[in-house]
Design a protein around this ligand. Structure first.
Ligand SMILES: NC(=O)c1ccc[n+]([C@@H]2O[C@H](COP(=O)([O-])OP(=O)(O)OC[C@H]3O[C@@H](n4cnc5c(N)ncnc54)[C@H](O)[C@@H]3O)[C@@H](O)[C@H]2O)c1
Length: 673
């Protein structure tokens, strides 16, 4: 057979195999992933992986891949991982034919930094399964493409696989990414697991496969906002006060959940966060993101109560299971003000949730040896966990689902009473998701969302200058308490030591805030005050994600099961020239439960970038506000009306007429009669 690839490919992995790099001990490793492959599937998976490899090495690599598939349930191509530390170097250290090609390499490497990534050897950035791409062959090939990319081409990346470079134009995106998008009938976890094991599907989570993760800082701001606003709405805290004297209990100190202790401390609360994996406590403790650590329940409680009494903030990492902690607090009759959970319940049976009664090591072993029994342990633990939460709720605790599909996992484990309608999940759950009650109405409906930027020079002084410019802008546009919160956040950001990895910042902003700050930064790049910057956001945003159990849980017009908005947002960002754009299945809530997208935009100081920012930044957010307004969300309607007034002649959002409930009820009654 003539091997056409040999004749027509100029961009491929180097012919010689790299030396197998040593794996440094002490780094977290992903558990074996579920796949259920037939023998024919296994052969297909190996053939798929060999597509990246020169035939001279097929015999050797086929065996190596077969071994990896057997041991890990996936082919990661460990041999192709560059030896040593990967991190987001200053942009000048990267090769490339255009600034975007080099900037995107910084972002990819930042997502794989040992200090940032959850399972760096398995290319997993956060959220238990969220990967940059599927394997190290793809990583190497993507880099080669990014080095070759010109500003008149677009690189297409499908579930981590670089499909190729195609001609486009200067104002088009340089990279277009999709991750894990599945055809409806097959859009479930089982089919996804098989596809991932075959090497044709990547779980991008949100910013993992969208190459815009900035360490747990990315979620600290959102968690801070959520906790503070929960306090305002449910505990009667005035707008100018914080959570001093209040107790917050949750679980998880991993990739994103690691933000909980820090956010609670910034918000002034006393908190205990349970975490079964001691290595994650190590990380958060070394970073100063938790203030105390202990494996003793009594000690954890003593520290938290002392701080609560003194009105001082603390974050106690309790090394143990959250269900044990809840049982203990209940026995001791402790009043808990706010409660949540951020274990990886979007994949509870893949290791995301450690059941009560198993240590972290036992969980990993059982998952590997007996996944069926593991499922029964998870279900039993979730039932009891939920029961404990209900008991606290009866005593006045405000519990909210923190976007990890916890309540959905409880439902999937067989508990029907968790459903609002007592039967199925169509009307949501008895406890609100944090978006339904807090983040949706208070932030997303206004367009406030997790805008972020990275200083590509890796120079902390660039970050200081951008922080100062952003703070100045917000101070002069202080319209409501959200603006004031954001001002305080960015004013104190440096003091709160939030940076892990590249010099990045998250700052919740609304559409106009994002655009104006972006234009200011581009001007600063133009004037030589700072080096180039890349802008982006979490997919978890006003317009970026359709997810009925999370981001769109406060959409009540029945369209919460539609994924039009995230898709339109992504397409619109492509049309307006964002540097790179991503659209994913799954996100934070799991396969089939969300469609989510994001972008990266490189600021090089040019007029071209100014033009793109003026078109793309308002669109990226206002598509979400417009959709929320059409769903009759009051704050979104007010924001859309203001936008229409401010942009008369260029933009126009369709506004709903709001029907009177009694009138509709009467009409229905009349027809029946
Ligand atoms: N709300 C948001 O904005 C948001 C954003 C990103 C991710 N998420 C979701 O939050 C969840 C966590 O994300 P992550 O990146 O931190 O994941 P992760 O897997 O890195 O961390 C979860 C942590 O929970 C610990 N854990 C599991 N079961 C436990 C138990 N029973 N008791 C105590 N500790 C336990 C694990 O050891 C792990 O360290 C995911 O489901 C993710 O999708 C939410």
């Amino acid at each position: 057979m003539i091997d056409l690839s040999q004749q027509a490919t100029t961009l491929q992995l180097d012919h010689d195999l790299p030396e197998y790099p040593p794996m440094e001990p002490g780094y977290r490793r992903a558990p074996r992933r579920e796949s259920h492959l037939t023998e024919a599937d296994k052969a297909l998976a190996i053939k798929n992986a060999l597509r990246y490899i020169h035939p001279d090495h097929h015999a050797r690599m086929a065996r190596e891949f077969a071994q990896e598939l057997e041991e890990h349930g996936r082919i990661y191509g460990y041999r192709f991982r560059p030896a040593g530390k990967i991190y987001g170097k200053p942009i000048d250290a990267y090769k490339g034919n255009c600034i975007e090609g080099r900037a995107i390499q910084v972002m990819i490497d930042n997502n794989l930094d040992f200090d940032v990534a959850l399972y760096p050897y398995e290319l997993t950035t956060y959220g238990e399964t969220g990967q940059v791409c599927q394997n190290w062959m793809q990583y190497r090939l993507i880099k080669k493409y990014l080095e070759a990319l010109t500003d008149e081409q677009t690189l297409v990346v499908m579930s981590g696989h670089p499909l190729g470079l195609f001609r486009s134009h200067r104002l088009a995106p340089r990279v277009i990414i999709t991750n894990g998008l599945m055809v409806g009938t097959f859009d479930d976890q089982e089919n996804f697991n098989r596809a991932a094991a075959l090497g044709v599907a990547n779980y991008g989570q949100m910013t993992a496969g969208g190459w815009m993760y900035i360490g747990p800082q990315g979620i600290v701001h959102g968690t801070f906002n959520t906790l503070l606003n929960a306090g305002r709405l449910k505990l009667g805290i005035p707008n100018d006060k914080n959570l001093a004297g209040k107790l917050f209990i949750s679980a998880g100190l991993g990739g994103m959940s690691g933000a909980q202790g820090k956010a609670a401390m910034i918000a002034g609360a006393a908190s205990i966060i349970a975490e079964v994996d001691d290595s994650r406590i190590d990380t958060r403790f070394t970073q100063g993101w938790v203030s105390h650590r202990t494996a003793d329940l009594g000690e954890a409680l003593r520290i938290a109560l002392d701080h609560r009494k003194a009105g001082e903030p603390c974050a106690v990492a309790y090394n143990g299971n959250i269900v044990d902690l809840l049982e203990y607090l209940y026995e001791q009759d402790v009043h808990v003000d706010l409660m949540s959970d951020q274990t990886s319940c979007h994949v509870p049976y893949d290791g995301g949730y450690c059941p009560q009664g198993l240590t972290f090591a036992q969980r990993t072993e059982m998952l590997d040896k007996d996944p069926e029994t593991f499922r029964t342990w998870v279900d039993r633990s979730l039932h009891h966990h939920y029961e404990m939460i209900c008991r606290f709720h009866e005593k006045g605790t405000y519990f909210f689902d923190y976007g990890n599909s916890f309540l959905k996992a409880v439902y999937d484990s067989g508990v029907r009473s968790v459903c609002k309608n007592g039967e199925n999940d169509l009307d949501g759950f008895v406890f609100p998701s944090y978006v339904e009650d807090i983040l949706g109405p208070q932030l997303f409906d206004f367009g406030y969302g997790p805008f972020r930027w990275c200083c590509l020079s890796r120079n902390p002084e660039d970050l200081d200058r951008t922080d100062a410019a952003a703070a100045e802008y917000i101070k002069s546009h202080n319209r409501r308490y959200q603006d004031y919160d954001n001002y305080v956040w960015v004013r104190d950001a440096k003091k709160n030591k939030l940076v892990v990895g590249t010099q990045c910042r998250i700052l919740y902003q609304d559409a106009m805030g994002r655009m104006n700050i972006a234009l200011k930064f581009n001007e600063m790049v133009r004037n030589g005050q700072i080096g180039p910057v890349i802008l982006g956001r979490d997919h978890h945003d006003t317009g970026g994600t359709d997810a009925p159990f999370r981001e769109t849980s406060n959409i009540k017009d029945g369209s919460n099961i539609m994924a039009d908005m995230a898709t339109q947002c992504y397409a619109g960002n492509a049309a307006r020239g964002m540097s790179y754009i991503a659209l994913h299945n799954g996100g934070g809530t799991g396969i089939g439960r969300a469609v989510n997208g994001g972008f990266g935009m490189v600021l090089d100081g040019s007029e071209r970038v100014d033009t793109i920012l003026r078109m793309a930044m308002p669109w990226d957010t206002m598509v979400g506000v417009a959709r929320r307004s059409w769903a009759r969300n009051e704050n979104a309607m007010a924001t859309a009306a203001e936008y229409n007034r401010m942009n008369a002649g260029t933009d126009h959002i369709t506004m709903p007429f709001v029907a009177d409930d009694a009138l509709v009820a009467q009409a229905l009654k009349a027809v029946k009669a």
